[in-house]
Design a protein around this ligand. Structure first.
Ligand code: GA4
Length: 328
C-alpha cells in the first residue's frame, strides 16, 4: 500500500550541469564591483562573494559552537525554545528536515541568547563577533548597490541595517544527514529528480539582503525565472548573497528577490548560517525617487517593515507575500 504523504512529491526540473553564477571579488576595483553586483542582482538576485574580509577564525568558531549546540541531546536543546526550533518553520504548519537557532542580530542586541541556559557561556560573544563582521560586509554590499544604481544617498540601504533598532536576524541551520527514504515510506517533501529530501522549502527572504555561509556540504538551490532549480556549489570560504523582498521593493522591481531552498544530504550534516539584514519595524519601505520615473512608475505601495513582517508571518513559507503590496 502506498501511504499518502502530507507533502506533495515534487517533480521539479533540476539543472544537471552547472551554470556559472556571478562571483564578486569585494577587494576589486570599486566601480567595477558595484556594476557587477547590480548586474548579478538584476539577472539572478544572487551572487557569490569572495575576499569578503571576514576572519576565517570567527567563522570557524561560530560553526564549531553551532555544531556543539546541535550535538546536544534534544531535551537540552528544547530548553532553548523558541530560539531553538526543530522541523517547524514559522507558525502556519510549514515543516522541514532542519533544526535551527533563530537569533536577533541587531548591533544593540547584547541580550542575545541571555535566556538560553544550556549553550556555552561564550556563545553570546561568538554570535555577536560573527554578526558584527557580517553586518559590515552587508553594509559594504548595500553601499556598492546604491552607488551602482546611482542613488544619491549611498547609505540609503545600509543605514537601515546599521540602525540600532534594525530587526536583523541570524539563523543557524543544521540539516542532519538523512538517508533517502523508500518512496512509499516518504513522509516529507521529496525531490524526485535529485533524490534528496527538502530541508527548508522554497521561499524568498522577506528582508533586504541575506548573507549566507555554509560548510562544504551541498544543498542550496536557487530558482531561475523559468522554474529551473540551480544547485549552488558550496564554498565555505565565500559568502552567498541574495536579494530579499524589501530590496526588490526599494529598487522598484529592478532587482528580484530570488526563490531558493535547501536540500538535505544523505551522508553529511549541512550547516548554514544566514544573516538577514532587515530595517527597523517603523521604517517606511519605498523606492528612492531616482528609481521611480514616468517610464518606471512605482510598482509597490508604501508600507512599513512591521506591515511586511506581519504579512510574512500570516502566510505560508512558499507564498509570494510581496504581491500583497503591489500597486494595481
Ligand atoms: C524565511 C527567511 C528566514 O529564515 C525567516 C523565516 C521565517 C521563520 O522561520 O520564522 C518564516 C520564513 C522566513 C518566511 C515566511 C514565514 C516566516 C517562516 C514562515 C513560514 C526567519 C524569515 O524572516 O522569513
Amino acid at each position: 500500500m502506498v501511504l499518502a504523504s502530507p507533502n506533495p512529491i515534487t517533480s521539479d526540473r533540476i539543472l544537471s550541469t552547472t551554470i556559472e553564477l556571478p562571483v564578486v571579488d569585494l577587494k576589486g576595483d570599486r566601480s567595477v564591483v558595484s556594476k557587477l553586483i547590480v548586474k548579478a542582482c538584476e539577472d539572478f538576485g544572487f551572487f557569490k562573494v569572495i575576499n569578503h574580509g571576514v576572519n576565517q577564525e570567527t567563522i570557524a568558531t561560530i560553526e564549531e559552537a553551532a555544531f556543539g549546540f546541535f550535538g546536544k541531546p534534544m531535551s537540552q536543546k528544547k530548553m532553548a525554545a523558541p530560539v531553538y526550533g526543530c522541523k517547524n518553520i514559522g507558525f502556519n504548519g510549514d515543516m522541514g528536515e532542519v533544526e535551527y537557532l533563530l537569533l536577533n542580530a541587531t548591533s544593540n542586541s547584547s541580550s542575545i541568547l541571555h535566556h538560553i541556559s544550556n549553550v556555552p557561556s561564550n556563545f553570546r560573544c561568538i554570535v555577536s563577533a560573527y554578526t558584527e563582521e557580517v553586518r559590515e560586509v552587508a553594509c559594504e554590499i548595500l553601499e556598492l548597490i546604491a552607488e551602482g544604481l546611482g542613488v544619491p544617498d549611498t547609505s540609503l540601504f545600509s543605514k537601515l541595517i546599521k540602525d540600532s533598532e534594525s530587526d536583523s536576524l541570524l539563523r543557524l541551520n543544521h540539516y542532519p544527514p538523512l538517508p533517502i527514504p523508500p518512496i512509499h515510506h516518504c513522509t516529507t517533501d521529496w525531490d524526485n529528480s535529485s533524490n534528496k529530501v527538502v530541508g527548508f522549502g522554497e521561499h524568498s527572504d522577506p528582508q533586504i539582503l541575506t548573507i549566507l555561509r555554509s560548510n562544504d556540504v551541498p544543498g542550496l538551490q536557487i530558482s531561475l525565472q523559468d522554474g529551473l532549480w540551480v544547485p549552488v556549489i558550496p564554498d565555505p570560504s565565500a559568502f552567498f548573497v541574495n536579494v530579499g523582498d524589501v530590496l526588490e521593493v526599494m529598487t522598484n522591481g529592478r532587482f528580484a528577490s530570488v526563490r531558493h531552498r535547501a536540500m538535505t544530504n544523505s551522508q553529511k550534516s549541512r550547516m548554514s548560517m544566514a544573516y538577514f539584514g532587515a530595517p527597523p519595524l517603523t521604517a517606511r519601505i519605498v523606492a528612492p525617487p531616482v528609481l521611480v520615473t514616468p517610464q518606471t512608475p512605482s510598482l509597490f505601495r508604501p508600507f512599513t517593515w512591521a506591515d511586511y513582517k506581519k504579512a510574512t508571518y500570516s502566510l505560508r513559507l512558499g507564498d509570494t507575500r510581496i504581491d500583497l503590496f503591489r500597486n494595481r
